[in-house]
Design a protein around this ligand. Structure first.
Ligand code: UD1
Length: 360
């Protein structure tokens, strides 16, 4: 058995979560390699994050690509099994709730490789979300569970996870935000679309929203209503692009569609915005720390701390227009609450625990 830590990543939201952990493990002198499953492969969905975050390029790229859930997860599992057998890691680390995460969890558990989940314990209790299935399965199989919020710790305890294995460490994605904040720059997009006053940022990519024509039609009407109030920038995720184009949304004069943006550009745009309308998970957390009002177009969230201790609000297609109008009419405060331990040191806390675990 080596003393190698193998990080398994693959999809866009993994990279800002892994970056501070990789950097902190390096400071502790631990041997590590990054595996990229290839779940996301376009430059603007993957490589740009490695450049923006100064994250070492993956040591191993499995090149799996897109597919149905079963096809994609099975291909990842087959390739990861071979990788784990070759590398014989002392610990596999995974991030978040994407298919790359659960694929690595299943393979590590069956090979008896120690396994750590960063961002454990989040629950939407919505089994129609593929991410909820990935979260529950991954946590059930993990030896070390790193939680970003107090509610996540409570969920894990209620599910019977041994408290010694649960570590409340804060939020590594927020480490990344705080470390790179001085480099955020949305000016190219602001200039391109002539946004000289208040503007909003919209992201929509969740299957439950963009894959269902009826739901999407309602959402498009709702976003049009928001665009009647304030210009919107909409970086378009590849999932749903065709349907959104067909819907005519981009023909609204106040809707500015653009390709997916890199980390520094996207967060620069968000940081300078009046508000965000989204169905993403991570953006609820980023807006909370930036103090930007966030309207989440979903019936539930696995990140309730962004509502209780942040700027997030759940909205429906029927309510988003009114919520945005109220927000635009209210002056934004100069201070705002931030959830406990979202302080820039989560990566270091994780590294200390991992180092002790490997030494033990
Ligand atoms: C995945 C995650 C989701 C996360 C999102 C962030 C799962 C189950 N879902 O969803 O939790 O919020 O990433 O982006 O893991 N595609 C490209 N280029 C790429 C990648 C994807 O064109 O580089 C297209 C393909 O048509 C693909 C589709 O996007 O079929 C969906 O990609 P996939 O990785 O399956 O899921 P996401 O919707 O991106």
């Amino acid at each position: 058995m080596s003393d190698l830590v193998l990080h398994v990543t693959g999809a866009r939201p993994n990279f800002p979560k892994a970056a501070p952990v990789v950097k902190a493990l390096a400071r502790h002198g631990l041997a590590q390699k990054i595996v990229h499953t290839g779940q996301h492969y376009d430059d603007n969905m993957s490589a740009v994050f490695f450049r923006d975050l100064e994250l070492p390029y993956p040591d191993i790229n499995l090149g799996i690509g897109s597919g149905s859930h079963a096809v994609q997860t099975a291909k990842m599992m087959t390739a990861l099994e071979e990788t784990f057998e070759q590398e014989r890691p002392a610990l596999v680390m995974v991030y978040g709730d994407v298919n790359s995460t659960v694929a690595a969890a299943l393979v590590a558990a069956k090979l008896g490789v120690r396994f750590a989940h960063v961002e454990a314990g989040l629950r939407s209790f919505d089994w129609t979300m593929p991410e909820e299935i990935n979260r529950v399965v991954t946590d059930r199989l993990s030896d070390l569970l790193f939680a970003t919020s107090v509610d996540a710790v409570a969920h894990l305890a209620r599910e019977g996870v041994d408290p010694d294995r649960i570590h409340f460490v804060g939020n590594p994605m927020i480490d990344t935000l705080l470390a790179h904040r001085h480099r955020f720059d949305g000016s190219r997009v602001v200039q391109e679309f002539g946004l000289d006053g208040a503007y909003g940022v919209v992201t929509l990519h969740r299957p439950g929203n963009v894959d269902e024509p009826g739901v999407l039609a309602e959402l498009v009407a709702a976003v049009r209503g928001v665009a009647d109030q304030v210009p919107l920038v909409l970086p378009v995720h590849p999932r749903g692009r065709a349907r959104l184009e067909e819907s005519g949304l981009f023909e609204h004069p106040n809707v500015h569609a653009t390709d997916p943006l890199g980390y520094l550009e996207f967060l620069g745009l968000v940081a300078g915005s009046a508000l965000v309308v989204t169905d993403s998970g991570g953006i609820q957390e980023e807006t909370t720390v930036l103090g930007v009002p966030c309207f989440t177009l979903r019936p539930n969230t696995e990140r309730p701390v962004t509502i209780t201790d942040g700027t997030n609000m759940l909205v429906t297609p029927a309510s988003v227009g009114g919520a945005v109008a109220a927000s635009l009419a209210t002056e934004r405060g100069t201070t705002w609450p931030v959830p406990p331990l979202w302080d820039g040191s989560a990566g270091e806390r994780i590294a200390r625990i991992v180092a002790a675990e490997l030494a033990g």
